[in-house]
Design a binder for this molecule. Structure first.
Ligand code: SAH
Length: 216
């Protein structure tokens, strides 16, 4: 499937919408404008790609709403070449936004099917990063510390292991809460033992699930 002028036009409208909703970081808006989101959805759903809505991507999971992707990315305050951990690879769309902003991305997914699909698909589009199959709740200790951490599924509580894997001065953005609605939290690591936590509105994510690598 190609990226056509029609798709580009639809993306421009989406960018305007997201800007009006309060996203002001131009690098983030550029990424929404650049990345062909329709290629991240199954063929049958392409007409939905540029609505500002989440969408099913298989294995009971969803690609996040573009506004939510932009909101979380803006909160990260990303600088080029920073090392970023993403929990919940899913379709790879959020990872593409981070990679496009020149981050050095490590992404982890617990659904094998999605892990395998996205690991092949994203490099085909020219977006390269490090893909891992495992439990994002535990992070990737072997590659820590990270400058930034972004969690793209709803965690019941702030994962302690992830705070450990954040650099001092680093930022973690994570939707926290059980049930259908989570509160977006920004965790800034002030020192090895101190964090500053602020809340940034309500969102709705698929739940963060327990380890699946043991076959359950
Ligand atoms: N960032 C994705 C959003 C996908 S939805 C995108 O841009 O498309 C959230 C994803 O988190 C799902 O793919 C789900 O399988 C995954 N997930 C849920 N619990 C997880 C866990 N414990 N570790 C890693 N990934 C997890």
């Amino acid at each position: 499937m190609k990226d056509t002028f029609r798709h580009k036009g639809l993306r421009q409208i989406l960018v305007d919408k997201i800007r009006k909703k309060g996203i002001s970081n131009e690098s983030v808006l550029n990424m929404i404008n650049e990345i062909p989101r329709h290629l991240f959805l199954d063929n049958a759903f392409v007409q939905f790609a540029y609505q500002d809505k989440p969408f099913p991507i298989g294995a009971g999971q969803t690609i996040s709403q573009p506004y939510t992707v932009a909101f979380q990315t803006q909160l990260l305050e990303l600088n080029p070449y920073e090392k970023v951990l993403e929990v919940g690879t899913g379709s790879g769309y959020q990872a593409a936004v981070l990679i496009g902003m020149e981050a050095n991305v490590y992404t982890i997914e617990r659904q094998k099917e999605l892990f395998q699909k996205t690991k092949e698909f994203l490099p085909e589009l020219g977006y390269n990063c490090n893909f891992y199959y495992g439990d994002g709740y535990k992070g990737l200790e072997q590659f820590a510390p990270f400058d930034k951490i972004i969690v793209t599924c709803g965690a019941p509580t702030i994962p302690e292991d992830l705070i450990q894997q954040l650099k001092v001065g680093g930022r973690m953005v994570a939707p926290i809460g059980e049930g259908d609605v989570q509160v977006m939290k920004l965790i800034e690591k002030i020192s090895e033992t101190e964090t500053k936590i602020t809340t940034h509105g309500k969102f709705s994510f698929v739940p963060m699930l327990n380890d699946k690598t043991n076959g359950n």
